[in-house]
Write a protein that binds this ligand. Structure first.
Ligand code: F6P
Length: 337
């Protein structure tokens, strides 16, 4: 069999570990031929491919980014949904011309949606859930999330120094797109005093009250973790609005830090390396058993798979009954609500 593999969407720690997991297992266990497709879905259209062998898959386990390159490709998805069949046929033609028996697509929500469309066009595909945001429906975990939480937690730990020494309120914005998973997990692990999530919204007075309550108890410094997806109706990021407002309303000097791309760069955590390896290996099992049109997933600690059509177009968000959130509230962390 000849299988193709590509990465699409934002880069994320663990993509290379996944490519290695798929590639080495496919070659060693099943004698499959493995083709790497460069730069995401456009590489498929342009036939921009390379044959991957054990040598090219060696030494990449701990590397950040993706050796295949990636891109965000809304245009490609539009081609697949276009009423002009000539456009979508170009993709099927490329798949056939490269001689693929299956295409493995590593990516986040957008990628799973596109991969499902490829399946609907008759291609054999497998999706692999990658994102630091942890927001893919149908899987408890995505690789990249653990690394991002580690990085964000380390940043929060470091911000505590300035907060305590200068008696300041330190605001930190973490990534997550529309979801608050990184903010919740890093905020709790970093001992944040206030954690604000897009899923919950916020009442600004509650935020000032939480900070003032601490100040009255002799703790004038506070750490506020804010998910990037939390925005005001005019789309202003909550962190930009709250930095000045907190200082004005509490009288405590306030500073902000936006972590940004630091969270998804660099070497994956050991947990993510192993998760990526397990996901990748399982993908080859699905291919060998010709179980196509599915996304590899993790549920209740077990690796399995779910039909892509059940995943496409949905988001996994933090819910108010999340046990970490509930425990945070019970111990006095403010969620601004
Ligand atoms: O999906 C991962 C992510 O890093 C989000 O957390 C963030 O909102 C987005 O990608 C940024 O994407 P881009 O690379 O397009 O700037």
């Amino acid at each position: 069999m000849k299988i193709g593999i590509l990465s699409s969407g934002g880069d994320c720690p663990g993509i290379n570990a996944t490519i290695r997991g798929v590639g080495k297992t496919a070659i060693t266990q099943y004698g499959m031929e493995v083709v790497g497709i460069h730069g995401g879905f456009s590489g498929l259209l342009n036939r921009d491919v390379e044959l991957l062998d054990e040598n090219s898959l060696s030494g990449i386990l701990n590397m950040g980014g993706t050796i295949l390159g990636t891109s965000r490709e809304k245009g490609f998805r539009e081609m697949l949904t276009s009423v002009d069949h000539e456009k979508s046929n170009l993709i099927t033609e490329a798949y056939q011309e490269i001689g693929l028996d299956c295409l493995v697509c590593i990516g986040g929500n957008g990628t799973q949606k596109t991969t499902n469309l490829l399946a609907e066009h008759g291609m054999n595909v497998i999706g692999l859930p990658k994102t630091i945001d942890n927001d893919i429906w149908g899987t408890d975990e995505t690789f990249g999330f653990d690394t991002a939480v580690n990085i964000a937690t380390d940043a929060i730990d470091r911000l505590h120094s300035t907060a305590c020494s200068h008696k300041r309120v330190m605001l930190v914005e973490v990534m997550g797109h529309h979801a608050g998973w990184i903010a919740l997990h890093a905020g709790m692990a970093g001992g944040a005093d206030v954690i604000l999530l897009p899923e919950l919204g916020f009442d600004e007075q509650k935020v000032y009250d939480a900070i003032l309550r601490r100040a009255h108890k002799g703790k004038p410094h506070s750490i506020v973790v804010i998910a990037e997806g939390l925005k005001l109706p005019d789309k202003t990021h909550a962190i930009d609005y709250l930095t000045d407002k907190i200082e004005e309303k509490t009288g405590i000097e306030t500073r902000k830090t936006v972590l940004g791309y630091i969270q998804r760069g660099g070497t994956p955590s050991p947990y993510d390396r192993n998760l990526a390896t397990r996901f990748g290996g399982y993908a080859t099992e699905l291919i060998a058993n010709r179980q196509y049109g599915r996304m590899v997933c993790m549920r209740n600690g077990k690796i399995g798979s779910i039909p892509l059509k059940e995943v496409a177009g949905k988001l996994k968000l933090v819910t108010p009954d999340n046990d970490l959130l509930v425990q945070g509230k019970r111990m006095g962390v403010s969620f601004g609500i």
